[in-house]
Design a binder for this molecule. Structure first.
Ligand SMILES: [Mn+2]
Length: 280
C-alpha cells in the first residue's frame, strides 16, 4: 500500500513530480497499461530494494521527490486531452514531471504542456518502435502515432530515437519528413548517444525498447532489444538538463513475477536521480 500523495499545489520549483496517467484507450493491440502506475509504485516501494539511485541520489524522504498520485483517464478523446491540464498543474509550480503511463499515446498531450512551458525541447526517445504513423487504424491519437503529432506541431526541436527495430516504408518516410535522428538497434553505437544535446531534454521511455528477455511485461514483444544496463549507461552519461520524462507501455497483465515492474521502478530511480542532479 502506497500512501502520502501530495497535491500539485504543494510543489516547489525544480521538485520532481511523479504522476501516474491511467490511460490505455489508444492502444492498438492489448489493453492493460492503464494500471501500470499502481504496480510500478509497489515495486518502487517494495522492501526488496531501497530508493537510492546508482549516482548517489536518495529518493527516500527526499523533499524534492514528490508523488502526486494517479489520474484516471477515461477512454474517450475529451478525457485523453485533459492530460495536458494535469501536466500544466505541475509545470505551473516550476516542477519537473516524471510521468508513469499508460500507453505511449500520453506523450503527445504531455509534450503539448511541456512545449508551452519550455518551448520546443529535445526528446530522447527509447523504443522498439518509432511511433510515427500518421494514424493507426484511423486513430490519429494512437499509441503508434504520438511522435507524428509532436513533430508536425513543432513541439520538439530534435527527436532522437534509440533502440528502433521495426521501421517500415511509411515510417521511414515519416523519419525523413520530420528529420528524426534514428539510432536503429542493428547498428547501435551507444557511446555516441546523448553527447550533443545543447539544451534541456525530455526522456520518453517505452519499456519495449528493452529486450523482452529483461522486460516481458509489455504489449508488443520485439526481440533483439536493449539490456537494462545499456539504457542505464546512456541515461547516467547524460550531461544535459532533464526537465521531464515518461515511462510508458508497461503492461502488468503480461508481466512475469513483477520483473518488468522492477525494471520500470529502477528507471524511475535513475531518471528521477538525474533530473534532481541536473536541476540542483
Ligand atoms: Mn514501443
Amino acid at each position: 500500500m502506497v500512501t502520502g500523495f501530495k497535491s500539485p499545489d504543494k510543489l516547489r520549483a525544480n521538485d520532481v513530480a511523479l504522476i501516474g496517467l491511467m490511460s490505455d484507450g489508444n492502444s492498438s493491440f492489448l489493453a492493460g497499461a492503464a494500471t501500470a502506475p499502481v504496480t510500478i509504485r509497489q515495486a518502487l516501494h517494495s522492501g526488496s530494494s531501497n530508493l537510492g539511485s546508482e549516482l548517489g541520489v536518495d529518493l527516500d524522504h527526499n523533499p524534492r521527490f514528490v508523488d502526486t498520485g494517479d489520474r484516471q483517464i477515461a477512454n474517450v478523446t475529451e478525457s485523453f486531452l485533459t492530460i495536458e491540464t494535469h501536466i500544466n498543474e505541475i509545470l505551473a509550480r516550476g516542477a519537473l514531471p516524471l510521468v508513469l503511463g499508460g500507453d505511449h499515446a500520453i506523450t503527445y498531450p504531455v509534450m503539448r504542456a511541456m512545449c508551452k512551458a519550455n518551448g520546443p525541447l529535445s526528446i530522447l526517445h527509447f523504443d522498439a518502435h518509432p511511433d510515427l504513423y500518421d494514424d493507426y487504424d484511423g486513430n490519429p491519437f494512437s499509441h503508434a502515432s504520438p511522435f507524428a503529432r509532436i513533430m508536425e506541431q513543432g513541439l520538439a526541436r530534435r527527436l532522437v530515437q534509440v533502440g528502433i527495430r521495426t521501421l517500415n516504408q511509411h515510417q521511414r518516410e515519416q523519419v525523413t519528413r520530420f528529420g528524426v535522428e534514428v539510432h536503429e538497434m542493428k547498428t547501435l553505437d551507444l557511446a555516441s548517444i546523448g553527447r550533443d544535446f545543447d539544451g534541456p531534454v525530455y526522456i520518453s521511455f517505452d519499456m519495449d525498447a528493452l529486450d523482452p528477455a529483461c522486460a516481458p511485461g509489455v504489449s508488443h514483444h520485439e526481440p533483439g532489444g536493449l539490456s537494462v544496463r545499456e539504457v542505464l549507461d546512456v541515461i547516467q552519461r547524460l550531461s544535459c538538463r532533464i526537465v521531464g520524462a515518461d515511462i510508458v507501455e508497461y503492461n502488468p497483465r503480461r508481466d512475469i513475477n513483477d520483473m518488468t515492474a522492477m525494471v520500470a521502478a529502477k528507471l524511475v530511480k535513475e531518471i528521477a536521480g538525474k533530473m534532481l542532479q541536473s536541476n540542483a
